[in-house]
Ligand binder design. Structure first.
Ligand code: PGA
Length: 242
């Protein structure tokens, strides 16, 4: 089975026209396009092969929650995936492990496939606290995993390796594998429902190194996914590796 490339466009591009253009280029098997909310509907109309995802959702399915979008609404417009607990939301918007767990429950209830992001900061990494941080992040979602069925992706994204944080040095594929193995062991009770992704500065140059092990199901790609040239190359590399 092919590996999954999840494109996290973040707050890009700036117009619907550009979004459609990028979506057409990225519309291939085993690709999930996580676009800004306002482009989801127009993109859904043109997608033939790729799946659609959002970058966040509310922890409630409906009601008086100004500015929020519910997982049920996302499901109804044709989204299949939702990214939850991305580090930029944890850092800039104060999202906690508890909020992520509530969103996970709501997303699973709505039959979306959540992509839950976990990972440590640079200082936590330097203090060798990676496993402790991952344990806390995973521990917080355990109760939901016990209670609600549904498939889930866990994306290991060491924050110090995410390109937009202007990182000078990124994790090596070997180090990423150690962390993902830890996540896999820590969640082994749920192994039939879980798949694991790596995310953080993945490009056409390092994609295969990061996703090579059999237990890594693909990559969560930020900056490289908004470059039509680089992302097309990554899709080609991924397919020729099947
Ligand atoms: P990056 O972003 O590929 O630009 O490092 C990944 C992410 O933040 O999901």
């Amino acid at each position: 089975m092919g590996k999954t490339l999840v494109a996290n466009w973040k707050m890009n591009p700036q117009s619907e026209r550009e979004a459609i253009k990028l979506a057409k280029i990225s519309d291939k098997e085993n690709v999930v396009i996580c676009a800004p909310f306002l482009f989801l509907l127009p993109i859904k109309k043109i997608l033939k092969k790729a799946k659609l995802g959002a970058q966040d959702c509310s922890f409630e399915s409906k009601g008086a929650f100004t500015g929020q979008i519910s997982p049920t609404q996302l499901k109804k417009i044709g989204a299949s995936y939702v990214i939850l607990g991305h580090s930029e939301r944890r850092i800039y918007l104060g999202e906690t492990n508890e909020t992520v767990a509530k969103k996970l429950r709501a997303a699973l209830d709505a039959k979306l496939i959540p992509i839950v992001c976990v990972g440590e900061t640079k200082s936590e990494h330097e203090r060798s606290e990676t496993e402790a941080v991952l344990s806390r992040q995973l521990g917080a979602i355990e109760e939901v995993l016990n209670a609600v069925p549904g498939n889930i992706f866990i994306a290991y994204e060491p924050i110090w390796s995410i390109s937009t944080f202007k990182t000078d040095k990124i994790i090596t594929p070997a180090e990423a594998q150690v962390a993902i193995s830890f996540i896999k062991n820590r969640t082994s009770r749920f192994h039939e429902r879980l798949q694991f992704l790596y995310g953080g500065s993945v490009t056409d140059k390092n994609l295969l190194n990061f996703i090579e092990p059999e237990f890594i199901s693909g990559a969560l790609v930020g900056s490289a996914s908004i470059s039509a040239t680089i992302f097309s190359k990554m899709i080609r590399i991924n397919h020729s590796n099947e």
